[in-house]
Design a protein around this ligand. Structure first.
Ligand SMILES: Nc1ncnc2c1ncn2[C@@H]1O[C@H](COP(=O)(O)OP(=O)(O)OP(=O)(O)O)[C@@H](O)[C@H]1O
Ligand SMILES: [Mg+2]
Length: 224
C-alpha cells in the first residue's frame, strides 16, 4: 500500500499586482510504505511546499492527497489534528526544540497530547533517547547540546507517538557534512528497523544517495 498519494496537486499564489506564482503544478507522487524518499531540486522548485501539503501544514489550491489510503480533508481540522497526533512526525531544518525543556521533556511533549500517562511517557522518552544515542543527555537543555545532538532529540521527538510517516525539511541543512552524514544514517536505520516511511527534502547529495528513491522537482513540476 502507498502511505502517501498525491493526485494532480497544485499550489498557486496570487498577488494584488496580478502576479501569480505556481509553487506546485500538477504533482502526482506516490510514497510506498517503508520507503525512504528524498525530494531534490533547485531553490524555489516547490520541495517544502509539497512536503508541507503532504504533512497537512499547508493546503493545496487544487488536487487530492491520500494518507494511508484515506483522502485528506484540509477543511476538517480535527481530522488534521488526528493525522498529526497519530500518523505523521516532523523534523525541521532548525530542530525547533522547546528551549526551556530538557531533551527528555522535548521528546515526551507530543505524548502529552495523546494523553499518555506520565510514567509511560518517561519510559518511552528514555527509550527513544537511547535509540538516538542520547540517553546520557536526557536532562540537558537544547542550548547545552550540539546541532547534531539537537537534531537527534528532534528525531526522537518525531517518533514519540509511533508515526507511520516522518517528514523532514532539509534535516541536515544546518549541520556540517560529517554530522549530516550521521543524521542521515540514523534516519535510514530507523526507517529500516522500524519500518517508518521517510520523506525528506534536501540539497545534500549524501542524503539523496541514502534514499531508496529521489524525486526531482523543477518549477513546481516533477522532472523525468
Ligand atoms: N507564502 C508564499 N507566498 C508566495 N509565494 C510563495 C509562498 N511560499 C512559497 N512561495 C513560492 O513558491 C515557490 C516554491 O517554494 P518552496 O519553499 O516550496 O521551494 P523549495 O524548493 O523548498 O526551496 P528551498 O530549496 O530554497 O527551500 C517559490 O517560488 C516561492 O517563492
Ligand atoms: Mg524549502
Amino acid at each position: 500500500m502507498n502511505i502517501v498519494e498525491t493526485m494532480d496537486l497544485s499550489k498557486f499564489y496570487k498577488f494584488d499586482s496580478g502576479l501569480r506564482v505556481e509553487a506546485l503544478n500538477g504533482i502526482d507522487v506516490d510514497i510506498e510504505e517503508e520507503e525512504f524518499v528524498s525530494f531534490m531540486g533547485p531553490s524555489g522548485s516547490g520541495k517544502s511546499t509539497l512536503l508541507n501539503i503532504i504533512g497537512c501544514l499547508d493546503r493545496p489550491t487544487a488536487g487530492r492527497v491520500f494518507i494511508e489510503g484515506g483522502e485528506v480533508d484540509y477543511g476538517n481540522s480535527s481530522g488534521l489534528v488526528r493525522l498529526h497526533r497519530q500518523t505523521i512526525g516532523f523534523v525541521f531544518q532548525a530542530f525547533n526544540l522547546i528551549p526551556t525543556m530538557n531533551a527528555l521533556e522535548n521528546v515526551c511533549y507530543p505524548m502529552y497530547f495523546n494523553r499518555v500517562g506520565r510514567s509511560l511517557q518517561k519510559q518511552r522518552g528514555n527509550e527513544l533517547l537511547d535509540l538516538v544515542g542520547l540517553g546520557h543527555r536526557a536532562h540537558h537543555l537544547p542550548s547545552e547540546l550540539s546541532g547534531g545532538e539537537q537534531q537527534r532529540v528532534a528525531i526522537a521527538r518525531a517518533l514519540a507517538n509511533s508515526p507511520r510517516l516522518i517528514l523532514a525539511d532539509e534535516p541536515t541543512g544546518n549541520l556540517d557534512s560529517g554530522t549530516g552524514k550521521k543524521i542521515t544514517a540514523l534516519m535510514r536505520k530507523i526507517n529500516r528497523e522500524q519500518g517508518v516511511s521517510f520523506v525528506v527534502t534536501t540539497h545534500d547529495p549524501e542524503m539523496a544517495m541514502a534514499a531508496d528513491r529521489v524525486v526531482k522537482l523543477k518549477d513546481g513540476k516533477l522532472t523525468e
